[in-house]
Design a protein. Sequence first.
Length: 425
Amino acid sequence: MIDRLMPPGLKSPLDFSLRLPAFEIATLKNGVQVYQVNGGAEDVIKIDWVFEAGNVFEDKNSVAAATRELINSGTSNKSAYDISNQFEYYGAYYSTAGFSENAVITVNSLTKHIGDLLPVVREILTDAVFSEDEVALYKQNRIQRLKVYLKKSEFLADRLVNEALFGADHPYGRKVEIEDIEKIDRDNLIAFYKSYFQEGNCRIFVSGKFTEKVVSLLNEFFGDLKFTPKKKITPVALHPMKEKVLHRVVNKEGVQGAIRLARKFPVLTDPDYKPALVLNTLLGGYFGSRLMSNIREEKGYTYGIYSYIQHYPDLGVWQVATEAGRDVAEAAIEESFKEMRVLCETKVQDDELKLVKNYMLGKRLASLDGPFKVMERIKGLVLNDVDQSFFEETVEVIKRVTADQLQELAVRYLQREAFYNVLVI
């Protein structure tokens, strides 16, 4: 019998054995794979349809985003209002999201209603009409949003750093201008919709509490669609800028500067990637990081500063991002490079390294709390073409990486001259 007067013993996250929970894969009649995580206490379900329909596939700037955002704007039998009202009637939530390579359609619902909603999703995927009125309204709203964003230093800094890293002609570095949006027409959207949604590559991710009936329903409504195998992305040559220091003043009266310090980094399958996650957390990956402690807490230059490693299919990017007052922006840049230099010259102390490891393992433990979060982990692995062992291997690297290894990594990757230094005011 448990003695309730005795508190349980403390256990360090370093002693946890973290494993990604098991998941199942079903295959529809047309070959589409359905990844499933079944669990949870509530009768709720989330379904993601992931298509290879990102901007890397578009022939005309901004067509991928416009197609994704207008795909639910009406069919032959339903208006945009009718579609929205049907999801709302069942208390469900429909959304879309876009990334460089993929477009995602998501439905969250009570499990008992999913059979009433899948026909609507099928109709969206097979019979979207992209009416002229909806296209014109979208263009008007998108242009207005872009005009607002073009006045924001952080938006301009993101555009400039991507152009510097990849080149103005690369899909990751291309800038959307007002003229691009004005040139979008209905024929562009229908062509992209047919190639990348109606006849595109699709993978389905189902999580929540459900029965085998859900897979049968997916087979019924989507198993006969003409989805195709994975499309090949034609590699586009990188043309990074030669100039490393890119300081721009676009608003002479601006009081804030957006700072982006970025460099290219290896892909996530590179041996350096996993230990670099620990080094990045030390530098700027959590609230107690070196950058945050110095530039926010000690100097008071910014409300927040973070660093992160972003990965693409063929390369990665290591970036520091923050906004600071105009009069202290350059000082914040210098302090950021100072913290990189310290990591290169001085080994991290055991207490700080243990704290970072505990934080990272705790975050990974929290990411396994419930079927929705587990599926996000699995989806990330599937879409990046890495197997389940990647998660466990990352956990082991976090546990075992040493201060010496991190210093070696810092010397290799945190050299000032390798970074683009972007400041937009």
